[in-house]
Every structure is written in C-alpha cells, then in structure tokens.
Design a protein around this ligand. Structure first.
Ligand code: BES
Ligand code: MN
Ligand code: ZN
Length: 504
C-alpha cells in the first residue's frame, strides 16, 4: 500500500472541513432515509438528492450508489449516497462491505473523503464504525510498486486522507486499534502473494518475516542443514530442483500464559510451482507465484496477533520451497522418507504442496504439542472445481474446531465449507513400493485424497483442520474490500477464531 493513504476519525461536524476536491459519502436505507447527522450535513442538498434518486431510480437497495457531482450548496466536489438496504443486524462482513464500497467510490483524483459512519437509525457503534474503517483500509490497498509508466491522469494523488465521521471519536479510535493490527496482517499477506517469484523466493520470504520481530514475534529460520538434520526429506525433495534454497520459518507469539500450550498455524509456501518434472502447461502458469498464499496468511496472522497483543500463545510454521524442473529435480517414481519416518512414492511432482505440509505439520505437532493446528494451502485445483472461489474447503478431524471455523467464516465473510475425510479414500493413495503415494492417480475427489494424505502427518491425534485455499487465496476473486490479485484470505478468519475461542 502506498504510504499516502491516511485514515482518521472526526466528529460528525467534519464535512465543514472538506475541501473543494473532497468527496462526502453518506449511507441511506432502502426508504432513502438518512440518519440525523447525515441529513444535517446534506442540509439544503437533500432536495437535490431526492430528485437525483428519482431520475436514477435509486432506491437505497443494499450495495447500490448514487453520485452527485459538484452539487450546489455543498463545498465537496462530489456527494456519494450508498444504499445500506434494511441495515438491521449488520454483521462485521456487512460493515466491511459498506466501507469497501465507500472507498471504491472515491475517484482516482480525490485526495480527501469523509465517510459518515451513520445509518438512518443512528450513529454506528464504535466497534461498527471501526469495522467500516477496516473495510475502507482494505479496499484502499493497491499493489503498484512495479508500475513506472503511468500517465498523469492515471496517478493517484500524492496524499489520500480519509476521515470517518463518528459520534464518539475516542471510542472509535480505540476500537480501530485492533482493526489496524488486522489490516496490517492482511496487507502484508497480500503484498507477499502479489510479489513475483523472482523477487520473493524462499530466502527472501524468510527475510521478510524478520519484520515481525519488531512486533515482538520470535522468528527462527531453519536452513538446509537444520532441515536435513530433522529429516524433512519430503519438503526438501520438492525444492531440490531449484537453485533457490528451501527454508522453514517458525514464528512464535507468546501473548498468553507462560507454559500454556500454543495454537498452531501451518502454511504452504511454494514460492513458485512449475509442477516440477510433471510440468504444468504454459497457460496461466504465472498464477503459481501465488502458491505461497497459505504461508502468506500465516505470516500475516502472526503479524496481526502480535500487533494487537492477542492474549494467546501462537505458533506459525511455513514451509518455503520453489518447485522447479532441472537436472537435480525430483522424479516421478522417487521414494522419499518424511520426517515422520513414513515413506512416500512420488507419482506426480506437481502434487508438491502436500509433501511440504507433511513435514511442516509433523514437525509442528511434535515440537509444540499445540492445542490444535490449522494448515492453509493452495493445494488442489479440485477444490476450485468443487467450491469455486466463494468458499475455501475445510477438512477437520475435530468437530468443535470445524464448527468454530465455520462460525468465524460466517462472521468475517471468509467462508469455509466442510468436506469429508474418510479412510475409504485411503486405498487411492496406497503405493506398490512405499507407505503411500503422493497422488490418487485419479482426479476424482482430488481435494479429499490430498487432505487424506496430509492427515497421515498429523502426529498424536492433534485436533487439526486443513483449509484448501486454492480458490480463495488469489486470482480474479475481486470483492468490495479487495481489488488486488492477492486476497490475504484467512487472516481475518483466523484472527476471529482466535479471538472468539482461544484468547483468554
Ligand atoms: N498449486 C497447485 C494447486 C492450484 C491450482 C492452486 C490452481 C491454485 C490454483 C498444486 O500444487 C497442484 O499442482 N495440484 C495438482 C495436484 C494433482 C497433480 C494431483 C492439481 O490440483 O492439479
Ligand atoms: Mn503443484
Ligand atoms: Zn502447488
């Protein structure tokens, strides 16, 4: 995100300060009703709004907008009215969306905007106003660091100041502190996902996690020697065809009681996935720079938890590799011995994520004995066939954890849909030569056989959930709170899970 974006809170009288290039943004319900402060800010323009609404057939339906340019009687260059529909029972995801819509209505040239955190039934509560502000911040993100040739009219202004007008400024600011921490985590994850693989390779990813130390996270990087010593041959096999060395990064945030078992998050960090010797077709392969979205989420989550000083002990473990074909690359038919001691016959070198997770998950369970583990991975095309880009696939060996993730998903809008685990699928990954093979050989149930594979590395029956985020981690899934390619998906979901159930 450009440093030029600034968000602040001010009392409802703020529009008096909007400059002539500013934008005033207010919400109405589906009866075109405004809250008292908004109505007051509109003043004499109210009549104009009513006429414009009629002309535009704008009824205030949720998510629709009405725009008036240089309305007579208002100092602002532009007035934007956003429909909030019935606006009863607003959940966090609804407020984020309203904030995103508001930010989206700021034209490129606008250097300032004032968003009224008010609905017809009155000012938003501090927590709600803070969620609205989070939506604004998330939507304001752009990844443009490699754009050097923009024409003047394509450039954003040097500074963009967004003010959220609220009833109680102090309370809103206080509520926003946690949101700011969360947005920091989400934007960090998006940056990592958007970054190209020539820039972000395993060592560089590991270096970027060092930033977390500033927030009080302990960061430990395992190099090749350390991983070899641990016997992480499943992970190392994936990276052996790349000139970029593999890494595992362990991040620890101890905000909870000393000695309390931590909760753990594990991320697939394939910085680029060519498929290896089982090479992928050329079309769309560039997307595989995002095959580290799981690891990006884990890093972003650790950043968020630390920044908001979450009262929890949390561990993040990410397996960073690059899957390339070369003279030293792993071959189909190779057999590797994982850290767990279980042997794996490689059938398809493009089923590499599960190999990385196998060692990372085993290591996490054994070393940290966590209360539970959640792994995130852009693991299979099959989950996109099943669920598209709206829900991530969730597999869990623990009903309580699954239920909590589902609830956190509904609240945040980062949705998960539970898929089955069953030993009935195990025969698909039986191998003639080793303890198992790394693909089912058939495309049927591809996301399930992958999860079934990973489950074999969940040591000591640790409660565990696997999130297949191949459909949600990146790509065209543009939403009201994200117009960039990398989504940062999962940071808000898991922060919510931690907050609602494990923080004390
Ligand atoms: N990284 C891919 C999965 C993927 C595909 C993520 C599209 C995001 C978008 C993964 O490593 C992969 O290649 N999976 C294979 C597995 C197959 C070889 C069993 C797949 O899904 O085709
Ligand atoms: Mn692959
Ligand atoms: Zn992959």
């Amino acid at each position: 995100m450009s440093d030029a974006f600034k968000l602040g809170f001010a009392p409802f009288a703020a529009p008096a300060r909007i400059g002539p290039s500013g934008v005033l943004i207010v919400f109405c319900d589906d009866g075109l009703k405004f809250g008292p402060a908004s109505a007051k800010a509109l003043g004499a323009v109210a009549g104009l709004v009513a006429r414009a609404a009629k002309a535009e057939r704008f009824t205030g339906k949720s998510g629709t907008t009405l725009e008036l340019i240089v309305p007579e009687g208002l100092k602002a260059a532009r007035l934007v009215v956003i429909g909030a529909g019935k606006s009863a029972n607003l959940q966090q995801k609804d407020l984020l969306k309203l904030g995103g819509l508001a930010m989206g209505k700021l034209p490129l040239a606008a250097s300032e905007g004032v968003v009224f955190a008010e609905l017809p039934n009155g000012a938003l509560k501090a927590e709600q106003a803070a969620d609205l502000a989070l939506g604004v911040t998330l939507r304001a993100y752009v990844f443009d660091r490699y754009k050097t040739k923009r024409k003047d009219d394509e450039k954003p202004p040097a500074k963009r100041n967004i003010t959220i007008a609220v009833g109680d400024v102090a309370a809103a600011r206080k509520a926003y502190v946690t949101r700011e921490a969360i947005s920091g985590g989400v934007l960090m994850a998006r940056d990592l996902v958007n970054e190209p693989a020539n820039v972000l390779y395993p060592e560089e990813f590991a270096r970027r996690t060092a930033m977390l130390k500033k927030s009080g996270v302990m960061v430990e990087v395992l190099d090749l020697k350390a991983m070899k010593k641990l016997g992480m041959n499943a992970l190392l096999g994936v990276g052996q065809g790349s000139t970029r060395e593999s890494r595992v990064v362990v991040m620890r945030w101890n905000g909870g009681k000393a000695g309390d078992a931590p909760i753990a998050f594990i991320g697939k960090g394939v910085c680029f996935d060519t498929g290896g010797i089982s090479i992928k077709p050329a079309a769309g392969m560039e997307d595989m720079k995002g095959d580290m979205a799981g690891a990006a989420c884990v890093a972003g989550l650790m950043q968020a938890l630390a920044a908001r000083k979450a009262k929890v002990n949390a561990v993040g473990v990410i397996g960073l590799v690059e899957n390339m074909p070369d003279g030293n690359a792993q071959r189909p038919g190779d057999i590797v011995t994982s850290m767990s001691g279980q042997t794996i016959e490689i059938i398809n070198t493009d089923a590499e994520g599960r190999l990385v997770l196998a060692d990372a998950i085993w290591y996490t369970a054994k070393r940290f004995k966590p209360k539970f583990m959640v792994d995130l991975a852009t693991l299979t095309g099959a989950i996109i066939v099943a669920l598209g880009q709206e829900y991530a696939g969730m597999f869990a060996n623990d009903d309580k954890l699954a239920e909590r993730l589902t609830k956190a998903g509904e609240a945040t809008g980062e949705l998960v849909w539970r898929m089955p685990l069953s030993s009935a699928y195990d025969k698909m990954i039986d191998s003639k030569f080793a303890d198992m093979k790394n693909t089912g050989g058939s495309r049927w149930g591809g996301a399930i056989t992958a999860a079934q594979f990973i489950q074999r590395f969940v040591a000591d029956k640790t409660p565990w959930a696997h999130l297949d985020i191949a459909g949600t981690g990146f790509d065209s899934r543009q939403t009201d709170i994200n117009k960039s390619w990398g989504s940062g998906w999962g940071v808000r979901l898991l922060d919510r899970l931690v907050r609602d159930y494990y923080e004390r």
